[in-house]
Design a protein around this ligand. Structure first.
Ligand code: BG6
Length: 494
């Protein structure tokens, strides 16, 4: 299948996201025949650029970031000739009228029936005004569909997210809005549903009776890089937890949907987010959550600066670069099961893994007298390695009845290469087909902010500062204590 004929408008076409992710994703889709025969791509940004210059930018980006390399002459031209560029001031409705005239011409000459996808790779402050200008400039008057794709951060807290949503919804209907959480585009996150619902041996065990705890780790080795100005306001809580971490938790915890359609799935997801216990008091926040910030340290022999020494970061900043929490999903399935989540920058590895730790078998006394029995684990490896493995107990060869944990592993990335296809590829393709399952619906987002806001408020009101951890370590010790208090520990992440 290929996407319907459409024009793709990339706002922010000279920016980093377009260069690193969007152009490469479009090219991969093209190479796989998923964009169909008739499509066009219009790059939009303020800076003046000729079509030729823009096409050079696209070439450069694909050479650097795409898993397909720009092909032979004909193939490449067949792709790059679809790109045109228009310099546009997003605040000026007259510019959108010109864009309309240009688009109509483009559609007529390419026989494209008026389907328009607007990808806003822009600061969220502009989402509202760009939506209005699209409407007032006549860009939504064509026959065919109109879809808006937007990136995070979606608001800074619940009230600002609600305002932003209202601005957008004055122009677009909910089913025309595709809010990207690129973690939902990752192969193994999408695979969670299949692993859970298509296997006889998981679903019966997937509850409080058999699962001791769940651990979700999203570790990064990078620091704040050149994003200090954004990150210092956002911190790990808003940058990672509000979206990626809660979305992964939701996929793990949701009930089986009535049908595999976007609304049924998202109906189940929102129920999970609404069931997450909210930490409303300073006491809750102090005991259930760990806030950390990297100090100077070293990783693989390289000396690293502390967060407060990074560019565009206030030297007295209390922004967290590490977050860990013990969360609870308060419903029948999960009552009492801790979900430990942690994410941080400048940790020792780049890795996202979900570990499901099962309760030990009841008759483990049989073995325990001689040796400690290790729990069974199911590990879902999300990123950058993709795969799953189980850890089960088996007999160690030999005469004495020794037990050893062994791993049974399915390494997906070993078979198909790392991250194939890329999250953005899947998501752009889905948006072009109007498939909303792996985009965040407004009610999910709203419920997520309601978990986040009280935490941020408690940190602020009670001056709860981050505990420092050396760059290159696994975060503050408090994160280990969170599990030790319950008799658990973090399983090592590969
Ligand atoms: C982004 C965050 O959403 O996700 C970044 O803003 C983070 O801070 C990135 O580095 C991580 O994504 P991935 O796919 O590299 O794990």
């Amino acid at each position: 299948i290929s996407a319907p004929e459409a024009v793709y408008f990339i706002f922010g076409a000279t920016g980093d996201l377009a260069r690193r992710k969007l152009f490469p994703a479009l090219y991969s889709l093209y190479r796989e025949g998923k964009l169909g025969e008739r499509f066009a791509i219009v790059g939009l940004a303020r800076r003046p650029r000729t079509n030729e210059q823009f096409r050079d930018d696209v070439h450069e980006s694909i050479r650097e970031f795409c898993r397909y390399k720009p092909g032979e002459k004909d193939d490449w031209n067949g792709f790059v000739d679809r790109f045109t560029y228009m310099s546009l001031d997003t605040g000026n409705v007259e510019a959108f009228k010109q864009l309309k005239a240009y688009t109509e011409q483009l559609e007529a000459s390419n026989d494209i029936p008026g389907n328009r996808l607007f990808y806003l790779a822009l600061a969220p402050e502009l989402f509202g005004s760009v939506s209005r200008n699209l409407r007032d400039g006549g860009m939504l008057e064509s026959e065919g569909w109109h879809r808006l794709v937007i990136e995070k951060p979606f608001g800074y807290d619940y009230p600002s997210a609600e305002n932003l949503n209202e601005e957008i919804r004055q122009v677009f209907k909910e089913n025309e809005v595709f809010r990207i959480d690129h973690y939902l585009g990752k192969e193994m996150v999408q695979n969670i549903e299949v692993i859970r619902f298509a296997n006889a041996f998981f679903e019966p065990l997937w509850n409080k009776n058999h699962i001791a705890n769940i651990q979700i780790t999203l570790a990064e080795t990078v620091g704040v890089e050149d994003r200090g100005a954004y990150y210092n306001k956002s911190g790990a809580l808003r940058d990672m937890v509000q979206n990626h971490m809660l979305q992964m938790l939701t996929m793990i915890a949701m009930e089986p949907p009535a049908r595999l359609d976007p609304e049924s799935i998202r109906d189940e997801k929102v129920k999970v987010i609404r069931s997450v216990r909210r930490y409303m008091t300073a006491e809750d926040v102090r005991t259930q959550i760990v806030r950390g910030q990297y100090a100077s340290g070293s990783l693989k022999g390289k000396e690293l600066k502390g967060y407060r020494e990074e560019d565009h970061v206030d030297p007295a900043s209390v922004t967290e670069t590490f977050f860990a929490a013990r969360l609870f999903v308060e419903n029948f399935r999960w009552a009492g099961v801790p979900f430990y989540v942690r994410t941080g920058k400048r940790l020792p590895v780049k890795s996202t893994e979900i570990v499901v730790e099962f309760k030990n078998v009841p008759n483990h006394v049989l073995f325990a007298r001689k040796q400690e029995l290790q729990p069974n684990l199911l590990v879902i490896r999300v990123n950058p390695m993709e795969g799953i493995y189980f850890r089960i107990n088996a007999k160690k060869p030999g005469n004495d009845m020794k037990i050893q944990p062994v791993a049974m592993e399915f390494c997906q990335s070993c078979q198909v290469g790392i991250n194939t296809p890329e999250a953005y590829e899947r998501l752009i393709f889905d948006a072009a087909r109007g498939e909303g399952t792996y985009f965040t619906r407004w009610d999910e987002l709203a419920a997520a902010w309601k978990i986040i806001d009280p935490i941020a408020a408690a940190w602020k009101e009670h001056a709860i500062e981050p505990a420092l951890y050396p760059a290159g370590s696994w975060g503050p010790e408090e994160a280990d204590r969170l599990l030790e208090e319950d008799g658990f520990h973090w399983w090592p992440v590969n």
